[in-house]
Design a protein around this ligand. Structure first.
Ligand code: CP
Length: 298
């Protein structure tokens, strides 16, 4: 039985193998009955569009079924049942559990009590490993991942997609450029761990300092709720906004990624640019999650 809680649960060879498999699936080379008779329990205690629907879609495309509790309010957690008891019970109804929870560490706790594999679909400010795999898949569609210069932009303190991706990129000898508002920098312990793994991390005050040097711009949402008032948010948010004017200085092959949802950090005019890849990126969630589910359930 294998849980997928952190991107650190994979080594480089396993990631490459999974991405190769997703590539085959993308070419429609898969058995539509591979997971017939298997049931995935979808335990989402936080809002989601992409992760939830792409896991459900992945399961359906492989002939399997998904069951869910609907929402926190609709399940017995609302009556005070613990997460541990919930996953023990759900383990009896399904062959695997995919869980999203607002608390960091919740997926690992669930894995301790579940008797079926658990996949972390985002735990607070912790990790989002399936997002990272589809991010890597999307980069690999445009360029080899090895040795890229990538800028992580936005809320790097709480952004779990940035945490998982930064860790994974340390396996690919990437150089990391970080651009975030004061107080929302990459957590010190994560940055220290990445440096110990040999990763070069360069902090910048403004995207314009680095726009002509990077291969990938990975933009994340700046959460308004982290600022004391709207004025403070609007003061910094324009410094982290990707516009067509900014991209005129970018390398021709630069790609712009965003895990989505976006607010105003990417100007909608960028959508038509040859650099924009964020909608393809969210679509890649299906083949990548199909490959993950086959690995966990077969
Ligand atoms: N990227 C991502 O996790 O999106 P959702 O919150 O919509 O699942």
């Amino acid at each position: 039985m294998r849980h997928i809680i952190s991107i650190g649960d994979f080594d480089r060879k396993e990631i490459d193998h999974l991405l190769d498999h997703a590539g085959q699936i993308d070419k429609r080379k898969y058995d539509e009955n591979a997971l017939r008779g298997k049931i995935l329990a979808v335990l989402f205690f936080e809002p989601s569009t992409r992760t939830r629907m792409s896991f459900e879609s992945a399961m359906a495309r492989l002939g399997g079924t998904s069951v869910s509790v609907g929402s926190v309010e609709a399940c017995s957690i609302a009556k005070g049942e613990t997460l541990a008891d919930t996953v023990r019970v759900v383990s009896g109804y399904a062959d695997a559990i995919v869980i999203r929870h607002p608390k960091e560490g919740a997926a690992r706790l669930a894995a301790e009590f579940a008797t079926v594999p658990v996949i972390n679909a985002g735990d607070g400010a912790g990790q989002h490993p399936s997002q990272t795999l589809l991010d890597l898949y999307t980069i690999r569609e445009s360029m080899p991942i090895d040795g890229i210069d990538i800028a992580l932009v936005g809320d790097l303190r709480y952004g779990r997609t940035a945490h998982s991706l930064a860790f994974a990129l340390s396996l690919y000898n990437a150089r990391l450029h970080t651009i975030s508002p004061k107080g929302l920098e990459l957590p010190v312990n994560l940055a220290a761990g990445l440096k110990e793994r040999g990763m070069e991390i360069i902090e910048h005050d403004d995207i314009s300092e680095v726009i002509d040097a990077v291969d990938v711009l990975y933009v994340t949402r700046i959460q308004r709720e982290r600022f004391p008032d709207s004025a403070s948010y609007f003061n910094v948010s324009s410094n982290y906004r990707i516009t067509p004017e900014l991209l005129t200085r970018a390398k021709k092959h630069l790609i712009v990624l965003h895990p989505l949802p976006r607010l105003d950090e990417i100007d909608p005019r960028v959508d038509k640019s040859s650099h924009a890849r964020y909608f393809e990126q969210s679509g890649n969630g299906v083949p990548v999650r199909m490959a993950m589910l086959m690995q966990v359930l077969q």
